[in-house]
Design a binder for this molecule. Structure first.
Ligand SMILES: [Zn+2]
Length: 398
């Protein structure tokens, strides 16, 4: 903003706004600290195992998350994603997921003063009261139960409290957003099969939240008509603002409102900013030779993006949308179905780019500040930061 525009802008501000700005500066941190902040999706567990990182150490500069930085950002409840991709098929995926669960339990056992694995709302509230990170688990992809209901029971017994019906890959009982929309896969969407409906019903009985991030539209509608409990969308954003395959369309958003569920907005630049793919493609084209050499080594697309973001930080930073765009997605959902149905599912450490200023898990207070600036009350902000998720968690707990 140039000086001239700045002066005009200040002249246009009502006096009350000018006086309330310093108050906002002092109070947003207080409101942030008082709220229970729940983030429903973070990939530090699987990515740290893959890269040999230890989240008990200071990983600043290497990752977006570690135990001490969760504390600095005021994160009270973190749901860790239990994840392996579709290269882990039947015979391997369940075992791999269990190794990740083992690791989280080991981290918790070594850090009893800092964190605690919680499995019910009472445990969550207890951990928060004692200023320990309430660590929860969500299985990101139905392929990890290997089409075996006993494995679903086993995950529940080990403390997993949500399962994303699909990741980008479909299961024999549910089609994913990626495979329902991409011609490359040539999958005729089948949504939830009868088996899939039984799985959703069993999740309802257990008290395992049905997570509809990543699922195809057909699966979405079948699941929303099957579930008897409010659903979770752990890390997805708004299609109308950024039309990508796994964002939610307006009719889906409305259905979640009617279901009493909650949409936790994903921070990924590519799911927030419709101009991001073009900017990313230009960036990638500039470094094509380097990418080609990595692709021969069977590296995943995410690893390539992450590598380039670290190798060329200034270029990568120029691709990031403003923080206000994340707030636009939250605002869109709140205006459409009410402030009771939206929250935060950052996807940190599973994404290589988030909006400007949202560099890591210490930056959540900036979201609180932006929400207050948009006119949300402290009570609204508390709902968005975590109250809404906790309501849905309680409604699912037998
Ligand atoms: Zn995901």
């Amino acid at each position: 903003m140039t000086r001239m525009y700045c002066q005009i802008f200040l002249a246009l501000l009502p006096l009350s706004t000018l006086f309330s700005l310093p108050t906002l500066g002092q109070s947003y941190q207080k409101i942030h600290d008082k709220a229970i902040l729940v983030d429903t999706h973070n990939d530090i567990l699987s990515s740290s195992i893959q890269n040999g990182f230890d989240m008990e150490k200071d990983l600043t500069g290497k990752t977006a998350s570690d135990l001490d930085r969760f504390k600095k950002g005021g994160v009270d409840v973190q749901i860790f994603s239990i994840f392996c991709d579709d290269r882990y098929g039947v015979g391997r995926a369940f075992a791999r997921a269990n190794q990740e669960i083992d690791t989280l339990y080991a981290v918790a056992a070594r850090n009893p003063g800092k964190m605690e694995i919680v499995t019910d709302p009472a445990g969550l509230e207890r951990a928060v009261k004692h200023h320990r990170l309430a660590a929860m688990m969500g299985v990101e992809g139905g392929h990890m139960i290997e089409n075996n209901m006993d494995y679903l029971d086993s995950f529940y017994k080990r403390g997993v409290r949500y399962m994303t019906l699909t990741w980008n890959n479909s299961t024999p009982w549910a089609t994913s957003a990626m495979e329902e929309t991409s011609h490359a896969y040539m999958v005729t969407p089948y949504g939830l099969t009868d088996r899939g409906k039984k799985i959703v019903q069993h999740m309802n009985e257990l008290g395992m939240l049905v997570d509809l991030s990543h699922v195809g539209e057909k699966t979405f509608w079948d699941a929303i008509h099957t579930t008897t409990k409010p659903v979770l969308v752990s890390h997805s954003s708004v299609y109308a603002l950024c039309p990508v395959f796994r964002n939610l369309k307006d009719d889906q958003i409305k259905a979640i409102g009617q279901n009493g569920g909650v949409i936790q907005v994903n921070f990924y630049s590519g799911f927030l900013d419709s101009t991001y793919p073009k900017k990313l493609a230009t960036f990638m084209a500039r470094h094509k030779k380097e990418i080609d050499s990595m692709e021969t080594a069977h590296t995943t697309e995410y690893t390539i993006h992450e590598y380039l973001a670290k190798a060329y930080p200034r270029e990568a930073a120029s691709l990031r949308p403003p923080l206000s765009l994340l707030i636009d997605h939250i605002d869109y959902i709140a205006k459409m179905i009410g402030v009771d149905h939206v929250g935060l599912g950052s996807d940190f450490d599973g994404i290589e780019s988030a909006p400007q200023q949202l560099d890591d898990v210490t930056t959540y207070p900036l979201i609180t500040r932006e929400l207050l600036k948009r006119g949300y009350s402290a009570a609204d902000v508390e709902k968005i930061l975590g109250g809404n998720f906790i309501r849905v968690f309680k409604a699912n707990t037998p």
